[in-house]
Design a binder for this molecule. Structure first.
Ligand SMILES: C[S@@+](CC[C@H](N)C(=O)[O-])C[C@H]1O[C@@H](n2cnc3c(N)ncnc32)[C@H](O)[C@@H]1O
Length: 407
């Protein structure tokens, strides 16, 4: 979409057309397009409106009902922060007493909208003129939000007394524009050196205001955590989606933390909870009845010790995320299983055991081993009528299989 089309689509006739479209339905989109063109709408406007309608339908899961009022691009939607996570970012700014946020690289504005909705004043910029124009449309409902096309590095931030209550938010692009993978998605970049704005710019900008935050890849290496900052890994419904770095007044607790979010969960795990965890590992011949699996954000944050502490158990192998314990407990940031069998990993032995259990379907969970689940499933040649869950992992250094029952 180019700038003139953004303007036509978001003013007068174009916006009226867009807002009048019925819920997107792939099977009727072609006919609808033909009807609209026959009614006198320009073909490019019709095509753009139908694309928006399709993107909005796709965006609802990520951005919630406000997606129906937004202007979107495929790339912008892919990079946008999921709404509950954007709200969590905004809450952190508000809790820290920040009243004015500079969102430096705002994309289509998902984070900026959450800041504005939390009552914060927002100055958002994006280096791409079309993206900035789209963010400006999306932030129209908030009079205290302004968007312009600019680079993060060129924005004059307030200094001295003027910087009181000011915060910076950065969500650097992590992809190579124009380089698509086999599915047509832009390729993700995971090296700090490949961020835009750059990692140096992120650190510089974050040092100029009382509080700053930056959304980075979950692959952020622990060794790069700046002094006195907080790195917070966040998962949503079990998938780790980001590692946010926080500086200054936005730090709740320096060091590593995990935020486990989802449709039914909101929990925080931090380093104090992992402190002094028993370093002894579980032993193959003496496994206790229950297996706990930490949420992936907790694993990425290196806080599996918090799970061992919480359930009074022992890890199977350091950092993998599995903890064995003798008692039963419910935690919002861990799954739990009853262990029925443990055996060294061996396809023949496992096949015999699963035949005994009359297993016809098997759910294979694996961590810390290079086992191909599909190949293993074929090798097991199952034919029974029961469904079984197995965990293929390492116990200390030995590859093992645990037959488990989730509960
Ligand atoms: C990951 S997206 C931001 C997504 C946004 N937080 C949201 O939730 O919708 C990153 C954006 O940064 C912009 N960008 C990249 N380098 C920039 C720079 N040096 N200055 C300003 N914006 C930049 C890109 O155009 C892109 O739109």
């Amino acid at each position: 979409m180019d700038l003139p089309l953004v303007h036509r689509l978001t003013s007068g006739e174009g916006w009226g057309l867009l807002q009048s479209l019925p819920p997107y339905d792939e099977s009727t989109a072609l006919a609808l397009g033909a009807r609209l063109r026959a009614a006198g709408f320009e073909p490019d406007l019709v095509a753009a409106a139908l694309t928006q309608s399709q993107l909005r339908a796709r965006a609802v899961d990520k951005l919630g009902p406000t997606a129906a009022e937004m202007l979107l691009t495929r790339d912008g939607l892919e990079q946008a922060t999921r709404r509950p996570i954007a709200e969590a970012h905004a809450q952190r700014f508000a809790d820290a007493g920040i009243r004015h946020v500079y969102d430096l690289g705002c994309g289509i504005g998902s984070d900026a909208m959450a800041f504005a909705a939390a009552g914060l004043r927002v100055n958002a910029v994006d280096a791409d003129e079309v993206t900035a124009a789209i963010a400006a449309v999306n932030l129209r409902p908030w009079t205290r939000a302004a968007v312009e096309e600019a680079t993060a590095e060129s924005v004059p931030l307030p200094t001295g007394e003027g910087a009181r209550g000011v915060g910076v938010w950065l969500d650097p692009a992590r992809r190579t524009p124009g380089v698509a993978d086999v599915n047509g998605k832009t390729r993700r970049l995971f090296r700090l050196e490949d961020l835009s704005p750059s990692w140096d710019a992120v650190r510089d900008l974050s040092s100029r205001v009382p509080g700053a935050g930056a959304k980075l890849s979950p692959a952020f290496p622990h060794s790069r955590l700046p002094a006195r900052a907080e790195a917070e890994w966040t998962s949503y419904d079990g998938e780790v989606v980001e590692c946010a770095l926080w500086w200054g007044t936005l730090v709740r607790r320096p060091g590593r933390s995990a935020r486990v979010l989802g449709r039914r969960v909101d929990a925080v795990v931090d380093e104090t909870m992992a402190k002094d965890a028993d370093p002894t590992l579980a032993e193959i011949g003496r496994l206790d009845r229950y297996l706990y699996e930490a949420d992936r954000a907790v694993i990425r944050a290196g806080l599996v010790g918090a799970l061992a502490n919480a359930v009074g158990g022992r890890e199977l192998s350091p950092g993998l995320g599995y903890v064995n314990a003798s008692h039963e407990m419910r935690l919002p940031w861990a799954r739990r299983y009853a262990v029925t069998d443990v055996l060294p990993y061996n396809v023949k032995g496992l096949r015999a055991l699963l035949r005994d259990r009359r297993a016809g379907r098997v759910t294979i969970k694996k961590r810390g081993v290079s086992v191909d689940a599909d190949q293993l499933r074929r090798q097991l040649r199952l034919s029974g009528d029961q469904t079984v869950t197995i965990v293929v992992t390492r116990l200390r250094t030995t590859q093992v299989v645990l037959v488990v029952t989730p509960f």
